[in-house]
Design a protein around this ligand. Sequence first.
Ligand code: PLP
Length: 436
Amino acid sequence: MQDENYTVNEKGHLTIGGVDALDLAAQFKTPLVVYDVSQIKKQIRAFQLAFEKRNVNAVVSYASKAFSAIAIYQVVNQMNAHIDVVSGGELYTAIKANFPMKNVSFHGNNKSVEELEMAVENKVGVIVVDNFYEIDLLSQILKFRSEKIKVMLRLTPNVSAHTHEYIQTGQADSKFGFDVKSNQASEALRMVLENPQMELIGFHAHIGSQISAVEGFKMEVQNLMKIVHKWSQDFHYQPQVLNLGGGFGIRYTELDQVLAPEIFVNAIVDELIDQCNKYQLKQPAVWIEPGRSIVGPAGYSLYTIGSRKEIPDLKSYLTVDGGMGDNIRPALYQAKYEAVLANNPKAPIKETVHIAGRYCESGDILIDEQSLPETKPGDVLAILATGAYGYSMASNYNRVPRPAVVFVENGKAQLVIKRETYDDLTSRDCEYQKEN
Ligand SMILES: *Cc1c(COP(=O)(O)O)cnc(C)c1O
């Protein structure tokens, strides 16, 4: 049986990647994060194929802050896709995964000297330079070395994609990138072009997140190509690569309108061809950096239902064994999700409840209003589409160990991140030294 966003087996249980969700919960315990690997691969492939169909030289670079782990880097590499990393920790994880360093883009608005050295040392594919301080640090690091490093300049192209304020990054007042209007960007360009150890391969911009319309990307291409045109005259420089960032929206709830990868890609390619014709510029390669749309829909959070609080004539809380420690998005920016009862997603709806987390914060509500069949303690609840920015933002708040992460593919499950233990929690604590 096939619903639009989940599947059930002959027992009527939710299945993920062909595996019964109740078996996963029994084997690996809850809370548990489960990824359907075939969904991840399909989504990467859909972006790649859309560019191939248009004969456009393109790179799909998975923005790994959405979910970073050795295993996901290995899946992405199997798909011949690139990755974005934003920290030494993500870079280290990619190294441990044997991810080809030439396919790594290093982002961030405050990369440390150690992180930049690590990137240069490991020959990452490209450093996406964000600010003047970084140009300075990188120049100093390169001065004592012989190698050249590929760089891109991150620009803020004055596009604000329609999305939640907390997750906007493309507008002029953003903390990210060089401002184009005030000529900071052209000054940065001059500095990078003058440095013989920096090979500028192109420009980067990222306009926002959870974007559900193509207009923002079209405006982004227009604004970037206007700059490219100007700079091709002022500096006689033309980029090999235009990196348009990520932000492709996904379906969290039935209220979300989503566009297929092909729709985004076609809009981008159409606009790029128009702009290149208009300015008589040669067409750069297009890089995109989807994060959420690669891992979001493929992820499921399994929880065990515990206590229940009824407030007569007001509301009912159903509490699960996880919450803001494994998914802070609802508490952080009112993110919406949908859940199903894993033992019987198709059972008749009985009531609408508030799905509360187990953490000591009133704001720890995973889902504000969820219609559910009758439930009892011990039942497994599955929240859908939790694969992006859930585990990757997980914390040990309340000293709750972070959940395990499991990949399922072709009807088989494999553990990819072990559940934290209480010993893990205290392993870096040091005893208080009493003065005497
Ligand atoms: C976060 C980020 C992305 C990915 O955004 P999604 O909304 O997850 O697709 C891509 N590029 C940059 C530079 C980012 O900071």
